[in-house]
Design a protein around this ligand. Structure first.
Ligand SMILES: [Fe+2]
Length: 237
């Protein structure tokens, strides 16, 4: 049913699950949430620490084989959540970082205090290198509090805006709640990701989020954010 393009389910490579057993619990949680495709977006910090490509790909295969053996019907796709640095485009082109499902889309995050101009410059640089930027949890950045900046990134630079399911369900404050409402009403959000890291404090909450969006902004919007746009960005049939 749902396509989750932001999910830290590969064990032992970032601040997601530390063991295979914990990853299995996350995959069961994804199944409970009717998630059928997951982009496994482990953190990558280009120029700071090499992405552990061999370990990541080996564990992706191991987790996919477990899903298949259990009959979960979940498809795992490669990817990474790239903390933007000036090395990002070069390392992507050298194959040392993973675009989403090995296509053109890249999931990119910034420091929460990042201002708008550096974010815009990063999106422009990656765009010039041939990548479509998906801004991870766009609700976090100081530079994107102004909805006009979101519009500029989408309309002028072709970026996509991802919001965390947990933020839509629990905005955590008046200002962020107002920002989410304004973003949704201006059609400025392109997709929802769960950004799941575990099954307790940062769980997959896709099903509840889909239902909330459908009730609040309509089923068409919920389908676009939780299924259609992420599927299209991942090049799924
Ligand atoms: Fe993340």
């Amino acid at each position: 049913m749902f396509v989750d393009m932001h999910h830290h389910v590969i064990y032992g490579v970032d601040d997601g699950p530390s063991t295979f057993e914990k990853a299995q619990a996350m995959l069961r949680k994804a199944l409970e949430n009717d998630v059928s495709v997951i982009a496994c977006t482990s953190h990558a910090t280009p120029g700071i620490e090499p992405f552990p490509m061999d370990t990541y790909l080996q564990r992706l295969t191991e987790e996919q084989q477990w899903c298949d053996a259990q009959g979960l019907g979940i498809r795992l796709c490669p990817g990474s959540e790239i903390y933007y640095t000036r090395s990002a485009a070069r390392l992507l082109q050298e194959g040392k970082l993973l675009p989403i499902n090995r296509g053109d889309a890249v999931l990119v995050e910034f420091s929460p205090a990042e201002k708008y101009d550096p974010i815009r410059e990063a999106v422009r640089r990656l765009g010039n290198a041939g990548y479509t930027v998906v801004v991870a949890h766009a609700e976090r950045y100081d530079g994107l509090h102004d909805i006009d900046h979101i519009r500029d990134l989408r309309e002028e630079l072709g970026a996509y805006i991802q919001i965390n399911a947990g933020t839509i369900l629990s905005p955590g404050g008046f200002l962020r709640k107002r920002w989410v409402r304004r973003l949704m009403e201006s059609d400025g959000c392109d997709l929802v990701g769960t950004d799941a890291h575990n099954t307790e404090s940062r769980p997959c909450r896709m099903k509840a989020c889909y239902q909330y969006i459908a009730e609040t902004w309509g089923k068409q919007t919920a389908d676009r954010l939780c299924i259609e746009t992420p599927a299209s960005l991942m090049g799924l049939d």
